[in-house]
Design a protein around this ligand. Structure first.
Ligand code: PLP
Length: 397
């Protein structure tokens, strides 16, 4: 019988380069697998967010885009619970907004106090050094948080210009309390930076009430938007430091004084080109934030807590133990202690290949010691909590 014609077979194409025939690479068909993303991030994006990304592009100085940017800024203020005028999406991922906070708030020689109780505290130390700060750390075992007293003592001892705390430590699953820290910082003339990457829209977060001066977040966690832009907000105190710096911000792309004249001002004045904003990512973020507004922040926080509580009960039934004490446990991201004799990577590989579910392995100091399960945004549901538990149960059988 005649063989069926293979319509995928490609002739090898060549092109001339310096007189020689060189092959033009052929690539495999592109068909990403459908995964349930329940690791530390990215999580799955909301279908409405994907649709928004495919809408026609306008120019980045088009009045339509500028109007939409104002909507993004006001929706971001809602998700951050702030009235900060300078609240914008930074072009880049969470680390770009993190670096924007450090680069703009630190002047060379500034003492920079950092809460180090996980991987992302360490990243802040690294960034601080690169911008000429004198980093000083408060240290805690991974999975624990800092008490108000410890923070007070460290501020009084080191007299920093800037303090950074990670609100939601994705490497450990711990949620840092902020009560009273903002007042402490104001009393001692310290600027307060908060990492809200894994908390925004998933965990109660109040920038103004807590007195946070510079906050950055991520889109790919509880906002259910792919990575590519990152929320950032500066208080008036932070803007004051920025506008009165003695030195230039040592990062051209992330110089928020220049970015402010591009997308930061909402006074209706002329905007000057700085870089080309990622238009489709801004559409995506706009839609993700609009969904948060429609759901209501408090409902959204509750949805994350309910899914997490269900997940934690299931873990208990399976004899698995979360790393973090109940009162400081993040609803968005749970770290689970790997029982003795189990190879954690075999479990993550099993659930990925059998069920198409991604859960995370431990990071840094917790590598090999925990799994990380994120129930964030669209994945913060009872159905998905139960699905992940069942897959893990099967893997551990
Ligand atoms: N901070 C925390 C707490 C994070 O979890 C992450 C990413 O997972 C980041 C910062 C950096 O964000 P990104 O990986 O989007 O650059």
């Amino acid at each position: 019988a005649a063989k069926p014609i293979d319509i995928t077979a490609q002739p090898v194409l060549t092109m001339k380069n310096l007189g020689e025939d060189v092959p033009i690479p052929s690539v495999k068909s592109f068909n990403p697998p459908i995964r349930l993303l329940c690791g530390p991030g990215p999580g799955n994006a909301h279908p409405r967010v994907y649709s928004a990304m495919s809408l026609p592009q306008v120019g980045h100085l088009d009045p339509y885009f500028l109007e939409m940017m104002e909507d993004i800024k006001s929706l971001l203020r809602y998700s951050f619970q702030t009235n900060n005028s300078f609240t914008i999406p930074v072009s880049g991922t969470g680390s770009a907004a993190m670096e924007a906070c450090v680069a703009n708030m630190i002047e060379p020689g500034d003492v920079f106090l950092i809460g180090c109780n996980g991987y992302f505290g360490k990243r802040l130390v690294d960034m601080g050094k690169r911008y000429g700060a004198v980093p000083v750390t408060m240290d805690r075992p991974w999975g624990q948080v800092f008490t108000y007293e410890e923070i007070k003592e460290a501020i009084e001892k080191h007299k920093p210009k800037v303090l950074a705390l990670v609100h939601a430590e994705t490497s450990t699953g711990a949620c840092q309390p902020f009560d009273g820290v903002g007042e402490l910082c104001r009393k001692h003339g310290v600027l307060l930076i908060a990492d809200c990457v894994t908390s925004i829209s998933g965990v109660p977060l109040y920038l103004d009430k807590w007195g946070v001066d510079a906050a950055y977040a991520g889109t790919q966690k509880a906002l259910s938007c792919p990575p590519g832009v990152a929320p950032l907000s500066f208080s008036d105190r932070a803007m004051d430091k920025l506008m009165n710096r003695k030195t230039d911000v040592a990062n051209w792309y992330l110089d928020m004084r220049m970015v402010a004249s591009y997308i930061g001002s909402n006074t209706g004045g002329a905007r000057s080109y700085h870089h080309t904003a990622p238009i489709s990512m801004c559409y995506a973020l706009r839609e993700a934030l609009e969904i948060v507004r429609e759901e209501g922040l408090e409902n959204r926080w509750k949805k994350h807590r309910d899914a997490a509580e269900m997940f934690w009960s299931g873990l208990q039934e399976m004899g698995l133990e979360p790393l973090v004490a109940y009162e400081h446990r993040l609803p968005t991201l749970t770290t689970i202690k790997v029982p003795q004799g189990i190879d954690p990577k075999q479990v993550t590989n099993f659930v990925l290949h059998k069920y198409g579910i991604e859960i995370g392995n431990g990071l840094g100091e917790l590598s090999g010691k925990v799994w990380r399960v994120g129930l964030m945004g669209v994945n913060a549901t009872p159905l998905i909590a139960m699905t992940v538990l069942s897959a893990m149960k099967d893997a551990l059988r």
